[in-house]
Each structure stands twice: as C-alpha cells, then as structure tokens.
Design a protein around this ligand. Structure first.
Ligand code: ATP
Length: 552
C-alpha cells in the first residue's frame, strides 16, 4: 500500500493549518534561540576570564560586568522554554486530532466493507490497524515535525556559527560529515526493513491475543492455556527482538560523538572554544537525530499506509442506496432463481449449484438437509451479505441488488440465528438495537411477544439489567428470546430463522418455539432446521443436498 501525501495534506492537515503553522513557527523560534545559546555561553566565559585577569575587588563590580550576559542567557533559555512548550502542546493537539480523524475514517470504512472482507481477516489485525498503526503514525508525525524542523534549522545555523568562530576547525569538522551521512543512510535502510517486520509481527501477535481472549471458554475447555501462552510468546518475542534492535540502533545514533576537537583549539580563546564545542556537539546531535528521524518517518509512513489502505477500500456491496418498496405495498414474496454461489475465499468450491426456491407471501418454508448443504448460505444471500455468482434473488419481483441494502436488512428482514450475540449494555439497549428509535412500550411489547418479558421483569434491575460483552450472564434460551424481541422490534415482513432453537434444551426450546409460533403469523418465514418439531408446522418443506434443492 502507498501512503497518499496529498490526501493526508488536504484532508487531515489543512483543517488544522493554524495550529500546524504556529507549531512550525514555534519550533523554528526554538531552534534559532537554541543556536544562540553557545555564543551567549561563550560571551559569559570570556567576561569571567577578563574579570579574573582585571583583579576586580567588590561583588558589585563583578555583578555589573556579568549582568548583561547573564540576562541574555536567561532570556534565551526562557524563550527556548516557551517555544518548546508551545510547539509540544500544539503538536499534541494536532496529533490527537489527526489520529482521531484517521480512526473515525478507518472504523467507518471497516463498517462499510463486505462480509467477505471480514471473513478473510482476523479481528485482531483490524484492531491493530485502528490502534497501533494510528498510534505509530501519530508519534512519528509529531516527531518529524518537531525534531525535523529543530534539527535541520540547528544544523544549518550551527554550521554558520561554527564557520564564523573558526573557519579552519569547521572545515576539519566537515570532513567527518560524509561518514555520518553514510552511516545515517545505511542505518535508515536497515530501519525501514526492521520497521516493516516489527509492525507485521505486532499485528500477528494482536490477532492471536484477540482470538484467544474472544474464545476464552474454548481455550479453557481444552485446557490449552499453556499452548496458547506459548504461541503468543513466540509471536511477541519476534516483535520484541526486532524492537530491541531498533531501540539499540537509535541509542547508538544518539551516543555517537564527533571526533576529538580539543587538540585543534590552539587559535581560539576560552569563550570561543566553549561556543565552538557546544555548537559542534549540537550539529552532531542534530545530524544523529535526523538519521533516527528518518527511521521513525519510515515507521510512520508504513503505519500510515496500512491505515489508508483500508480507508480507501471500496466494498462491492454498498451499505445504502437503491430502491425501497413502500411498506404498505410490500408483500414479502422472496424468490431464488437458479442461484449459483461460491464464497470469495474458496473460489474452487461452488456452494450453491442452481438453487430455485419460491417463498410466497406469508408462507412458512422450512429448509432442511445435511450439514454443509448450503442452507445458511441461502439465508446470507437473502440478507445480501454476499451477491450470487449467477442467478437472481427477488423480493416482490424486484432484484434485491436494486434494493437499498440498509432498508432490506434494517427494516424488511429479521434474522435470528443459532448463537445470538448480545452487546454489552442493558437488556433494554439490546432489544432496542433492533430499532434505536423505539419507545420503551414498544420494547416491552416486543419482549412480551418473544416470551422474554417474564424473565426480564424477574431480574432485580428488570430491563436495566446489564448483560456482559456477549450476554454471558444469560442462559442460551434467554439470550435467544432477547434476540427474537430485538428482531421483532423492527416488525420485519420476512423472518429468517437459522437453526434458532437447535442449541436449546427441551424446556427453553418450548418457550422459544412458543414465541416463534406467535411471531411467525402474517409474515414470510424461512426456517432452517434439522428437528422435525421445528418444521412440522411449515407450509412447505424444501430439502437441500449438495448445493441444490432436491425435493419440495
Ligand atoms: N464464510 C464462508 N467462507 C467459505 N466457505 C463457507 C463459508 N460459510 C460456509 N462455507 C462453506 O459453504 C458450505 C455450505 O455451508 P452452509 O453453512 O451454508 O451449510 P448448512 O447447510 O447451513 O450447514 P449446517 O446445517 O451445518 O449449518 C460448506 O461447505 C461450508 O464449508
């Protein structure tokens, strides 16, 4: 992925041009003031020398001579402190804003992506781009602006100042510059490689950690904690080693000193020598930090391009846009016509091989067949999680690819699957997820319809009861009934039940089934099920085998 400089400038920097401008000016002022410090120090030392040889007697005499240079030095330090404070705070403000906007854009883009995109990527890797990569980019951006301006200005300024102090020594010093540049560029290339692999390993480790934490019960059930711990350690060790090398290189660059200058001090007085040495050291530090900076810039750009790669990605199925069938005209006639489908990540395996299925308005169609026959895939296609490779799916005669996907999913189809996911928050929040603008009364009546009201009101906090990240505090049957209430809240014309009762015990199944029987009235229903009890009341039973409907 390439980093888009123009986009970064127009979209992220331009709106913040004022703080950016002030930060740059403050950094420049800081650098210029910093360069004045060696000569001010030199002046002070010269005056001290003169006073020592002049044989002054009273403290007042000493103070008179010193006041000027001391005041100069104090005001320079004060200026430098103020400038540093200004650019650090402005850059922090700017960096946070840029990072915030990048995160927002990236997250929105991730939400827009196809289901197939999310099928193919590890959650942890996506989270890593949202967190570490944006963080890396932000740090490197701030460092490049502050250090970059400072070091460049100081290098140029100090060279001028060195030259005016002693041309001879400056030329001698200049001889060492090619070596520094050479080392710097060599280290820069190495850092670029290091940066790429460090980021890739860090993303892999985050992916692993995320997977293990999200599926903690499975890990525990197999007593695989040591195994998972070890494999995480292996991944983290790799990125740790790379980062250690990285830090070592940076440290080395800081410690490296320019050759011994003291032997060449013959033609300078002590003040000049002091000023010369401080300037030379400043140049050396600036050059060293510029080389380190190039490494950091590489890291930032690599991270930035990883972020922009996904921000720019366009989904093949848009989120919104297209026709909506007015509610009073909607019949709920769903039809699959010779539908073929292959999952994008398994192009060699055709899952649906010409499915034709007619689900008439208000009819209940049960879909059964062996595991892997493609039943859930049919539900995913009706929801338009994927588009068929060929063939058509129509709703009331309109191809669903022409319909607004958010209207289709958000209002028209209610989808309940075997493992309902509840979000962290209260029971009420979870039901309201079906239609965020629903009133409390509507939430309660949906819960009553779903056989959930009685157990919810039995909780001490009722509808305000907080359920865990995945609703762990609730039983399977309770979660399922909340999921049914959530789907009912949008009053969908079509209901898809994907093995909604298969994970439940007999009693929970009875309660859920009772709720389902009640809500299936006056709607088009597609039930995917194995159990006879679930499908015996259906109007039509379709049997699937090897990606085809073989019997109706
Ligand atoms: N996201 C996916 N990516 C790739 N292949 C998939 C995906 N989901 C399902 N498949 C494959 O598609 C085929 C049909 O799966 P599907 O889940 O539709 O079957 P099913 O009839 O619902 O099975 P079950 O009754 O076990 O739920 C299977 O071979 C499965 O491996």
């Amino acid at each position: 992925p390439e980093f888009s400089w123009s986009e970064f400038f127009w979209e992220y920097l331009l709106p913040e041009i004022m703080p950016l401008g002030f930060a740059i000016v403050s950094a420049l002022i800081g650098a210029v003031v910093n360069m004045r410090i060696p000569s001010a120090l030199g002046d002070l030392i010269n005056i001290l020398n003169e006073q020592a040889t002049a044989g002054l007697s009273t403290a007042a005499e000493y103070m008179t001579g010193l006041r000027g240079p001391v005041m100069q030095l104090v005001s320079l330090y004060l200026c430098q402190g103020l400038a540093t404070f200004a650019y650090i705070s402005l850059l922090s403000h700017l960096g946070e804003k840029v990072a915030c906007k990048m995160r927002k854009n990236l997250f929105e883009s991730l939400l827009r992506q196809d289901v197939a995109f999310h099928d193919q990527r590890k959650t942890g890797e996506l989270i890593d781009r949202l967190t570490s990569d944006v963080q890396d980019f932000k740090s490197s951006f701030k460092l490049c602006i502050s250090q970059g301006i400072r070091s460049t200005t100081q290098t140029i300024g100090c060279i001028c100042s060195l030259y005016s102090t002693s041309a001879k020594l400056t030329l001698a010093l200049a001889a060492t510059i090619p070596i520094i540049v050479l080392i710097g560029s060599f280290v820069g290339v190495a850092l670029r490689q290091l940066s790429k692999s460090a980021q890739a390993h860090a993303a892999e480790a985050t992916g692993k950690a995320n997977e293990v934490v999200a599926n903690f019960r499975t890990v525990r059930a197999f007593a695989n904690e040591p195994l998972e711990g070890q494999s995480y350690e292996v991944l983290i060790q790799k990125s740790c080693k790379i980062n250690q090398v990285w830090n070592f290189v940076k440290l080395y660059m800081r410690l490296e000193k320019v050759g011994n200058l003291k032997s060449n001090s013959l033609f300078l007085n002590s003040g000049q020598l002091m000023s010369f040495l401080v300037s030379a050291q400043m140049i050396q530090r600036s050059l060293a930090s510029l080389s380190v900076l190039s490494g950091s810039a590489v890291r930032g750009i690599t991270a930035g391009s990883r972020v922009f790669e996904y921000i720019h990605l366009q989904p093949s199925i848009p989120i919104t846009g297209g026709r909506k069938i007015p509610y009073h005209c909607l019949l709920g006639h769903l039809r699959f016509e010779d539908v073929h489908f292959t999952y994008p990540q398994r192009p060699d395996h055709e899952v649906l091989k010409g499915v034709t299925l007619d689900i008439k308005p208000c009819q209940t169609v049960a879909l059964c067949g062996l595991s892997g026959a493609g039943k859930s895939t049919i539900a995913s296609l009706a929801e338009r999680f994927y588009d068929p490779t060929s063939g058509n799916i129509t709703l009331d005669g309109v191809d669903i690819t022409q319909l607004d996907p958010s209207w289709l999913r958000g209002r028209t189809i209610g989808y309940i699957n075997q493992e309902p996911v509840l979000f962290s928050g209260s029971v009420e929040d979870n039901i309201r997820y079906g239609r965020p603008d629903a009133t409390k009364d509507e939430v309660v009546s949906a819960a009553k319809l779903a056989n959930a009201d009685s157990f919810i009101t039995n909780f001490p906090s009722g509808y305000a009861t907080v359920v865990g990240e995945r609703g762990l505090a609730l039983s399977g049957g309770q979660k399922q009934r909340i999921a049914i209430a959530r789907a009912l809240l949008k009053n969908p014309s079509i209901l898809i039940l994907d093995e909604a009762t298969s994970a439940l015990d007999a009693e929970s199944e009875r309660l859920v089934q009772e709720a389902l029987d009640r809500v299936m009235v006056d709607r088009t229903v597609l039930i995917i099920a194995h159990r006879l009890s679930t499908i015996k009341n259906a109007d039509v039973i379709a049997v699937m085998k090897h990606g085809k409907v073989v019997e109706v």
